[in-house]
Design a protein around this ligand. Structure first.
Ligand SMILES: *Cc1c(COP(=O)(O)O)cnc(C)c1O
Length: 452
């Protein structure tokens, strides 16, 4: 079998999501309610999420059925193609086989739609009329805006100011889908007004935008909140990526030695890698390597601490046990906006702790160099976030060449970069800078972890 693109029939779409909580070496530490000083109960989470989502968040059932309306919506773009990057292989002159899963084919341009559709569906079922959320680079906002439109729910989006200004067409896309979009920090919420009073030029962060969205939910009737990454249910919805990829590789007669994805909050990494890590957890593939590619400007898995921390800047969310750089940490303005988050999914964090996942950091300019190599060989312009995975895939392919070993590498192309051309301009004109690891800022931020 030597196909360039491995497609699946619609009938071979996964009908269930994979929940890795069933296979962890030890159960996750539960979220913590810091106001009450006790582990969070489902009722605490049901203030901002519908019941079914909370049930999934805490479930340890291995497989959970994908509802029929969600399967129907997935059919617009799923199954996504698995592509053999044969031109890239030739260019690198490597014995390694490189495959990528192309999640950029979704209507919103990234993997985020996989969870957005599911979350909109469960909110609709629960009678929710308004969903508020945050968006960094704009991909989650676009995905949720589309999903809310499909299920007739009002959608309100707080978009991190630096992205709102760098990527105005992402905002336009959300508006075309019918969403209301505010630059965050905004004057819509107490949190936003407070930040603006102290620092009128604040560029915003995902942490601030999450605080604003949660405040919005608490101030509106029939409103719920929706998160595009980090949480267990989001990671689970994304497993359609890896489940499809597994089937496609089986058709190609292959199985990966190395699975790679970039990591912001952890959702596309989880979605791609968990169905393979399952085999490792169950002892079937002891040598599988799963690599999470992080920006050196925001390296929570590599340089953070494993501790309870808030998901947002103001401390509205329950505290989660995760690798974190501190919820008040403000990363440098790298172009991969989707990777500028202080914490990592508790599931991925637990797997890092037990050595089932390797974190690797890469710098911004080498990432764009890899992105351009990829565009010129495979023709697809990657999102800057996804290009972190490409950088690492290229490094591994070159290592295989040095060692004279044939390796099978799978990476996730989490999205396309059609809205990121100003970032590419910045690179091509030679203006792009690398951000070093901001050790002092992290040390400071870590002094603000909640005491639990
Ligand atoms: C949001 C986003 C990411 C980072 O988020 P994860 O939850 O870590 O996947 C990566 N790539 C793209 C294209 C994104 O939109």
């Amino acid at each position: 079998m030597n196909a360039k693109k491995i497609v699946l029939d619609e009938k071979d779409l996964p009908k269930q999501w994979y929940n890795i909580q069933a296979d962890l070496p030890e159960p996750l530490d539960p979220p913590y309610n810091t106001r009450e000083g006790r582990p969070a109960q489902p009722e605490d989470l049901e203030v901002i999420f519908p019941k079914e989502i909370v049930k999934q968040e805490m479930s340890s059932e291995r497989y959970i059925d994908i509802p029929e309306p969600v399967l129907e919506a997935y059919k617009i773009w799923r199954p996504s193609p698995l592509v053999r990057a044969s031109n890239l292989e030739k260019f690198l002159d490597t014995p390694a086989k490189i495959y990528f899963k192309n999640e950029g084919v979704s209507p919103s341009g990234s993997h985020k739609s996989n969870s957005a559709i599911a979350q909109a569906f469960y909110n609709k079922e629960a009678g929710v009329k308004r969903i508020a959320t945050e968006t960094g680079a704009g991909q989650w906002g676009s995905a949720l805006a589309m999903a809310c439109e499909m299920f007739a729910i009002e959608c309100v989006i707080y978009m991190v100011k630096v992205s709102y200004e760098q990527k105005p067409y992402r905002k336009s896309l959300m508006q075309v889908y019918g969403a209301q979009v505010f630059s965050s920090p905004s004057n819509q919420t107490e949190t936003g007004r407070k930040v603006l009073t102290e620092d009128p030029d604040n560029q915003g962060s995902l942490g601030i935008a999450i605080s604003e969205a949660i405040e919005d939910v608490l101030n509106h009737k029939n409103a719920k909140y929706s998160l595009g990454s980090v949480l267990n249910h989001v990671a689970m919805h994304q497993t359609v990526i890896g489940l499809e990829a597994k089937k496609q590789l089986e058709i190609a007669g292959d199985y990966p030695d190395i699975v790679i994805a970039c990591l912001g909050g952890g959702s596309n990494f989880s979605g791609t890698a968990f169905p393979f890590i399952m085999d490792k957890l169950q002892g079937k593939k002891p040598n599988l390597r799963a690599i999470a590619a992080e920006p050196s400007a925001c390296p929570k898995l590599s340089k953070g601490v494993l501790a309870y921390d808030f998901g947002d800047t103001s401390g509205f969310t329950p505290a989660l046990k995760m690798y974190t750089l501190g919820h008040t940490f403000m990363p440098g303005g790298i172009h991969a906006g989707g990777l500028r988050y202080h914490g990592a999914s508790p599931l991925v964090s637990a797997l890092v702790k037990h050595n089932f996942v390797e974190p690797v950091t890469v710098k911004q300019r080498e990432v764009f160099e890899a992105a351009i190599t990829f565009t010129r060989t495979e023709g697809i312009l990657p999102a800057p976030e996804s290009a972190h995975a490409i950088r690492v895939a290229i490094k591994e392919a070159l290592k295989a060449k040095e060692e004279g070993k044939s390796k099978t590498i799978l990476f996730n192309l989490s999205g396309h970069g059609h809205f990121d051309l100003s970032a590419y301009d910045n690179y091509l004109s030679g203006k792009m800078v690398d951000y070093e690891y901001p050790a002092d800022k992290v040390c400071e931020a870590l002094t603000h972890l909640p005491k639990i």
